[in-house]
Design a protein around this ligand. Structure first.
Ligand code: FES
Ligand code: FES
Length: 155
């Protein structure tokens, strides 16, 4: 099928099988390798991207579901070669260790902050419940998000 969609604000058109996973379209067809594959079955959150304002697991979304969709990936956070405020906060709070979970964490956090710009710590933890991290113990990630909220930064 010919799939037309928007990725990070850019219109894209790819020729893919109807059953191709969004994760593979991003990584293989569009060379956006920031989105990671962990489990491949919807359990780790490493592949989280935003589709039409909702955080989704890109390993569970197929081409046939994507026509006309608005997809956002970690690459879309780029601010002209600089980190976004949320990325900077992750760095400053030690929320990035091996970094494998980080793109998915960032996208889940952004989806939350757009819906709820002033989340509590409990709300942040609930929103990130589907994103597994084996390194940080989660506290630095929560602290980074709370710091951005406290500063009123646009994520
Ligand atoms: S790779 Fe998609 S949820 Fe783990
Ligand atoms: S920083 Fe390593 S899995 Fe989260």
């Amino acid at each position: 099928m010919i799939l037309n969609m928007t990725v990070n604000g850019r219109e894209v058109r790819v020729d893919v099988p109807e059953s191709k996973r969004l994760l593979d379209i991003l990584r293989d067809d569009l060379l956006l390798t920031g989105t990671k594959e962990g489990c491949g079955v919807g359990e780790c959150g490493a592949c989280t991207v935003i589709v039409d304002d909702a955080a989704v697991n890109a390993c569970l979304v197929l081409s046939a579901q994507l026509t006309g969709s608005r997809v956002e990936t970690v690459e879309g956070l780029d601010r002209g070669g600089h980190l976004s405020p949320l990325q900077q906060a992750f760095l400053e709070h030690g929320a990035v260790q091996c970094g494998f979970c980080t793109p998915g964490m960032l996208m889940s956090a952004i989806a939350l902050l757009r819906k709820n710009p002033r989340p509590t710590e409990a709300e942040i933890r609930t929103a990130l419940a589907g994103n597994l991290c084996r390194c940080t113990g989660y506290a630095p990630i929560t602290e980074a998000i709370l710091a951005v909220v406290a500063a009123g930064d646009h994520v």
